[in-house]
Design a protein around this ligand. Structure first.
Ligand code: PRT
Ligand code: MG
Length: 223
């Protein structure tokens, strides 16, 4: 890739959808919709700018190693990744949700989570979960899962889960209830530190356009 070309890492789904208006504000239009196309590299109306479509959890890795110059990733993903090699100039306020502890309806969480007790927690976010319970002085055994955390307490794999909640419909459909709010989550712009120096003239105007669009757009909280 030449000094003048830019590669942006995005995930399909909610992040791609909510990033489209930000890209538009920077004058960037994807040539294809990744939901319909199987292509992993998507061109744009700007010949030197392309998008790479990766798993949400892989965005920081592509940017960290410079395979993408910048990308957009959830705070959940960035916290678990650690953020090494990444400059995080902007909270874009998109893909908002909350990191919560949830348990089966009727489970006595207050009693089970007293200091000195031991809880089994299923989660995709072991670092966030471990940090939360350590701060409370509750001992936990963390069971790492890669999806469908909601199932774990229903089949006896865990007492509770640590997961993202937006509408609450998934918890409700599985007779679970949120019992603790760990943090608010939104997505951030992440930039490769070396790329920012070398391609500053190409990257900074995009950061500025994103920043302007993210703050101008006075989005009501969806949580
Ligand atoms: O889905 P896939 O396994 O391919 O990847 P992913 O889950 O890593 O990606 P994706 O696209 O689903 O999520 C990307 C980012 O969106 C996450 O890293 C979060 O920062 C953010 N985000 C915002 C969410 C949600 N809201 C959300 N509700 N990510 C996941 N969820 C899931 C949640 O895990 C739970 O299973 O949606 C379900 C709950 O939703 P409600 O509306 O029923 O409460
Ligand atoms: Mg998902």
């Amino acid at each position: 890739m030449s000094e003048h070309s830019l590669t942006i890492a995005l995930s399909k789904g909610r992040i791609f959808e909510e990033t489209l208006p930000l890209l538009a504000a920077a004058g960037i239009e994807p040539a294809e919709n990744p939901e319909q196309s199987r292509k992993l590299i998507i061109g744009t109306n700007r010949t030197h700018i392309r998008l790479v479509i990766v798993r949400a959890t892989d965005v920081p890795t592509y940017v960290q190693y410079g395979a993408a110059d910048f990308g957009i990733a959830g705070k959940d993903v960035l916290t678990e990744h650690g953020g090494e090699g990444l400059y995080q100039p902007l909270d874009l306020q998109i893909a908002r949700c909350r990191m919560m502890v949830a348990v089966p309806e009727g489970f006595d969480y207050a009693r089970a989570s007293q200091p000195g007790k031991r809880l089994r927690i299923a989660t995709k976010y072991p670092d966030i979960a471990a940090g939360h319970f350590a701060a409370k002085g509750v001992h936990v055994d963390i069971i790492k899962l890669y999806g469908s955390m909601e199932l774990a307490p229903l089949v006896g794999l865990s007492d509770a889960i640590v997961d993202l909640v937006s509408t609450g419909n998934t918890l409700k459909a599985n007779k679970l209830q949120a019992v603790e709010h760990i943090s608010d989550i939104s997505s951030r712009l992440v930039v490769n530190k070396a790329a920012l120096k070398v391609k500053y003239a190409a990257i900074q105007p995009i950061i500025d356009a994103f920043s302007h669009a993210a703050t101008a757009d006075d989005q009501p909280p969806n949580i």
